[in-house]
Design a protein around this ligand. Sequence first.
Ligand code: AP5
Ligand code: MG
Length: 218
Amino acid sequence: MEKKTRLRIILMGPPGSGKGTQATQIAEKLNVQSVSSGELFRDQLGRGTELGFLAQTYMDKGVYVPDDVTIKMVTEWVDSPDHRNGFVLDGFPRTKAQAEALDRELDATGGIDKVIYIRVSQEEIKKRLSGRLLCRRCQAPYHSEYTPPQRPGVCDRCDGKLFQRKDDTPALVAKRIRVYTAETEPVIQYYRQEGKLAEVDGETTIEGVGTALMAALG
Ligand code: AP5
Ligand code: MG
């Protein structure tokens, strides 16, 4: 029998749990691409598209963008020929309807292989998001205190300019955590029941979380 090499992975976790940080690193190690649904929306907004402006009205309130538009956007990415050999999804699915739609899309070709839930406490989330900086060009994440760039305001990787996300204010972070608890925790249970879920402690170092993630992927 032909050995299966393709890996389709989902990274789940609350806002600020390190999904973006880890998704790019695992994707590099596995030689596949990763995608963040939040980044796809911010990219659309940066390009001034109708979808971007629609998403902004939800993101600015700390609530989820409606399922129909989100599912269409991410399934188009998943279906692209570039992603046939596997991928890492960061922040999608995050509602039960999104998880079911993804399962329908991938069932015929073997489905999702592994879902990793990065567990982090609310106190840690608040500390991380209040100091988060992102590169406008390559989206690399930094933290003003924990992982500062070598030169203030400039990305170490690509010299891009660093910025703070509009939804990283204390009020919007609190709202995003509430929405996550209500809408996304049931999705964790959904994958647990499917036997695809692995949990990792997200409160060790970035390298420590990365090692635990790779171990969970076997
Ligand atoms: P999105 O952009 O996905 O935001 P999120 O889920 O709230 O998660 P974050 O990106 O804030 O955190 P992260 O887990 O990626 O952490 P990071 O690696 O940056 O979504 C934004 C919005 O888009 C949503 O609110 C919604 O409106 C909409 N949206 C997106 N997807 C959707 C969907 N599927 N359905 C509907 N709507 C959707 O790390 C955070 C910080 O911590 C960084 O500074 C980093 O350097 C630091 N850090 C990371 N790991 C560690 C560590 N181990 N130790 C110390 N510091 C660390
Ligand atoms: Mg992210």
